[in-house]
Design a binder for this molecule. Structure first.
Ligand code: NDP
Ligand code: 2IT
Length: 451
């Protein structure tokens, strides 16, 4: 197939994705971003086109939608919607997080599940791709309300998951507390101690050391690899970080461990800039213990910190930018502002936080750009290590898990770099990640026939 006809075919696949999945712009965006890099693979490998692998990979294997009724503390009834999209199981059980956020809908879950296929393939571990969640908003809810919601959610979800079938974990709005409640209900309904059915469990009852830290740590390690490729390191670099949840907190922690300085964190109400660098203990106290807001951080930190309501955290001058909140949070205008201020590298802790226009601005300015499916794969990689520990009834030390995480992130960086070079796009981590992830899944699908 010529390169031009490969591009036509991929454009037709994308048009079909849009037709079949109306009103799902985030899924269309995620699919386009992958499809527009695959032409060289189709051109070089006729069997990929003959087996319709691209046409098959954009269609989820199974999609589950369900009602989640629950009662709040005042006895009022609420009805939310639950989702689990089981996208691709060629490499292993479906694997991916659950997101609880009012903006969750089928298109959001599909975009996340689609990204997850390639991300999980890049880890080199045996995990397929899936994602789920609900439009439930945990903000301001009591522990008892969150527990009742999780129990109702699992009362339907349990029949679709299992340690060899589909293994959910956390994402936005789902952390250790929620995984605990979900696991408890699964255990009660099934009467099985099936540790590997969920990851992100407490370290005392089947969880892995360093899973909590893994996504943020992994993104900083990936950033360090990108800098090394340019003859630099993290020492003394200043970073802007968005978000103030799981990924952001452990991004700040690893930046500080490696001699860099995180200047900012944010939430949906605004951002904090702290000239002395973010005080990690205060941040953890406010976000992990008190479930408070970044504005509280600024109030308690003293004169070095300022809270900026609304506003764009990307206007703060820095060497590095690590978006770690949500999709499409860094657009073209923000990218131009980062470039004006001399940013060297942008690496996605969140899933799809940088818009396609912004990626173009960064690329044209020669900024190193780490796409989420490579840069934030450390979380799901340690989830796969948690599954491995569970199946062996084993517990690994934090040192061992961290050392394996470092190896995985170096390997992913190397794979992306080498693949981009091989396919004529040197230095382009987006192309490298998409093609390397796609080829691993495609080879497994080819070997397993038309299923
Ligand atoms: P958390 O729920 O722990 O934190 C989310 C943070 O992002 C909060 O500070 C939240 O602020 C902010 N945020 C969420 N939605 C929005 C929004 N629409 N606008 C502005 N701010 C927002 O989630 P995580 O840290 O786990 O996840 C962050 C990102 O990282 C997501 O994109 C997720 O998909 C991705 N990711 C997570 C992994 C994990 O292991 N947890 C692994 C790989 C990727 P507020 O409280 O105000 O809503
Ligand atoms: O986006 C992600 O990779 C996650 N939310 C983590 C998934 C997992 O199964 O650990």
């Amino acid at each position: 197939m010529t390169s031009a006809s490969a591009q036509d075919r991929l454009a037709a696949v994308h048009a079909e994705v849009v037709r079949r999945n109306p009103a799902e712009p985030e899924f269309h965006q995620a699919a386009r971003e992958v499809l527009e890099t695959l032409a060289p693979v189709l051109a070089a490998r006729p069997e990929v086109a003959e087996a319709a692998l691209v046409e098959r990979i954009v269609e989820p294997e199974r999609q589950v939608l369900f009602r989640v009724p629950w009662q709040d503390d005042r006895g009022r009834t609420h009805v939310n919607r639950g989702f689990r999209v089981e996208f691709n199981s060629a490499l292993g059980p479906y694997k991916g997080g659950l997101r609880f956020h009012p903006t969750v809908n089928l298109g959001i879950v599909k975009f996340l599940g689609f990204e997850q296929i390639f991300k999980n393939a890049l880890t080199g571990l045996g995990i397929g791709g899936g994602k789920g969640g609900s439009d439930f908003d945990p903000h301001g809810r009591s522990d008892a309300e969150v527990m009742r919601f999780c129990q109702s959610f699992m009362t339907e979800l349990y029949r679709h998951i299992g340690d060899r079938t589909d293994v959910p974990a956390g994402d936005i709005g789902v952390g250790g507390r929620e995984i605990g409640y979900l696991f408890g209900q699964y255990r009660r309904i099934t009467n099985r101690w099936e540790a590997g059915v969920l990851t992100g469990k407490g370290v005392g009852w089947g969880g892995s050391n360093a899973r909590t830290e893994a996504t943020g740590y992994g993104n900083v390690l990936f950033t360090a690899e990108m800098l090394r490729q340019r003859g630099e390191d993290l020492e003394g670099q200043q970073a802007v970080v968005s978000g103030s949840g799981n990924v952001a907190i452990y991004t700040v922690e690893k930046l500080h461990q490696l001699g860099a300085r995180a200047l900012t964190v944010s939430d949906s109400s605004g951002y904090v800039v702290d000239d002395k660098g973010i005080d990690l203990e205060l941040l953890k106290q406010i976000k992990e213990v008190e479930r408070g807001r970044v504005e509280d951080y600024a109030k308690r930190r003293g004169t070095s910190a300022t809270f900026v309501p609304g506003g764009s955290v990307w206007d703060v001058p820095a060497d590095l930018a690590l978006p770690s909140a949500t999709q499409n949070e860094l657009g073209a205008e923000a990218a131009r502002s980062l470039v004006r201020n001399g940013v060297k590298a942008v690496s996605e802790g969140a899933n799809m936080p940088v818009t396609p226009d912004a990626v173009r601005v960064l690329r044209e300015a020669g900024v190193a750009f780490g796409p989420g499916k490579a840069a934030n794969a450390g979380g799901v990689a340690v989830s796969a290590l948690e599954m491995r520990q569970n199946s062996g009834r084993d517990v690994w030390s934090k040192e061992r898990v961290e050392s394996e995480l470092a190896t995985v992130m170096q390997d992913i960086h190397h794979t992306c770099w080498e693949t981009a070079e091989r396919y004529g796009a040197p230095g382009d981590y987006v192309t490298g990640a998409n093609i390397a992830g796609f080829e691993r899944v495609a080879d497994a699908m080819l070997a397993q026939g038309l299923v």
